[in-house]
Design a protein around this ligand. Structure first.
Ligand SMILES: Nc1ncnc2c1ncn2[C@@H]1O[C@H](COP(=O)(O)OP(=O)(O)OP(=O)(O)O)[C@@H](O)[C@H]1O
Ligand SMILES: [Mg+2]
Length: 355
């Protein structure tokens, strides 16, 4: 098992700087997810860690050993790529055995290792098949099996589920979580899918434009987003945002946006920001129909089954709130929304200022 420490990574392709000052640490046995929009540099980070690309600056240390100058072979890492190209003419068994054969491991040892891994991944009845005779999910498991047989110190996954349909993706997500429970291998998992990140990750590292925006547990990035990028990237429907300013009146603090006024007096940490332009973020589930400070008119209702989304026009802003399943109200009707005490996120110059 491995401990990975990445410090101050920089990488440019030509004149384009793709990674800036990327530092993170992953402890032994941890499942860490690199999350971010397309093009933010996730694959580049994995390729640098695996040794498939050369870094411009920084260091990569695995178990106290600097590996930046080692070849991919010598790093003892297995990477599962987004396009998990299996060898089409080889059976499942041979696909999984290939890297062990290359390393001249004795035949009976290979046999044992492949069969054990196949059992773990429930591929044991498929060992004689060729990739074209497998479903997408089975092929994906073979690609993962190919990585597992090598018994690497570190697993790198680059969007391994993105080729699968939604149903299979959620099944494989559960399988991957179970697999991690069994193997406890140190894993870096790349995805742009926040649901995958939230359900699989013990730690999430959120990237945007080549820079880390926040590192934390799924709970931390969701409930304490460090900046507006994180707040809006995570959560569906998206967090509601209102711009306004902080006003202090008679020992009380209000966030005011036009005629809308929200009492935030319980948050003493905000005092230094009186009279400043701020952005208020409220997640839809922190707002529910009930006596409260936010009033508006219903613009749209979505009955989703387990819950109802109401879109409310509030002085020119559209705010989304969550109501119970079966909640009934008509378009145009007036509604009052109650705001949960923990639902207030305030940002100054894009950065979180609420505790
Ligand atoms: N070999 C290369 N030459 C030039 N630019 C590159 C190269 N590889 C990647 N890039 C650029 O670097 C940036 C980051 O790419 P990267 O593949 O790491 O993104 P990503 O986060 O993995 O995106 P996706 O979610 O779409 O896979 C992109 O703007 C990309 O165009
Ligand atoms: Mg990528």
């Amino acid at each position: 098992m491995a401990h990975l420490k990445v410090s101050n990574l920089r990488k440019s392709f030509g004149s384009t700087e793709v990674l800036r000052n990327v530092s993170f640490e992953i402890s032994e046995g941890e499942f860490c997810v690199l999350l971010g929009p397309s093009g933010c540099g996730k694959t580049t980070v994995l390729r640098l860690v695996a040794g498939l690309d050369h870094l411009d600056e920084g260091s990569i240390v695995i178990n106290d050993r600097e590996v930046s100058n080692l070849t991919p072979r010598d790093r003892d890492i297995a990477m599962v790529f987004q396009s998990y190209a299996l060898y089409p003419h080889m059976s499942v068994f041979d696909n999984m055995a290939f890297s062990l054969k290359m390393r001249k491991i004795p035949r009976n040892e290979i046999d044992c290792k492949v069969k054990e891994t196949a059992r773990l991944l429930e591929l044991d009845s498929l060992l004689e098949r060729k990739p074209k005779e497998l479903s997408g999910g089975q092929r994906q498991r073979v690609a993962i099996g190919r990585a597992i047989v090598r018994n690497p110190k570190l697993f790198l996954f680059d969007e391994p589920l993105s080729n699968l349909d939604a149903k299979l993706r959620s099944t494989m997500r559960i399988e991957l979580a179970n697999l991690h429970q069994k193997l406890k291998a140190t894993t870096v998992y790349v995805t742009h899918d926040q649901v995958e990140a939230m359900t699989l990750g013990e730690k999430i590292i959120l990237f945007d434009q080549g820079e880390i925006q926040q590192t934390g547990s799924p709970d931390e990035v969701y409930h304490k987003p460090a900046n507006l990028f994180v707040a809006t990237f995570i959560g569906t429907p998206q967090i509601n945002l209102l711009t306004g300013s902080l006003v202090g009146k008679e020992r009380k603090l209000y966030f005011e946006s036009g005629p809308l006024k929200i009492d935030v007096s319980s948050k003493a940490e905000l005092k230094p920001f009186i009279k400043k332009e701020l952005t208020l973020g409220i997640r839809p589930e922190s707002l529910s129909p009930g006596e409260g400070q936010i009033k508006g008119n219903i613009e749209l209702i979505e009955h989703l089954g387990p819950e109802t989304l109401v879109y409310v026009g509030v002085y020119g802003n559209r705010i989304i709130a969550k109501a119970a399943s079966g909640f009934q109200i008509n378009r145009g009707e007036e509604i009052s929304l109650a705001l949960a005490e923990t639902g207030v996120h305030l940002f100054f110059e894009g950065k979180r200022i609420t505790a």
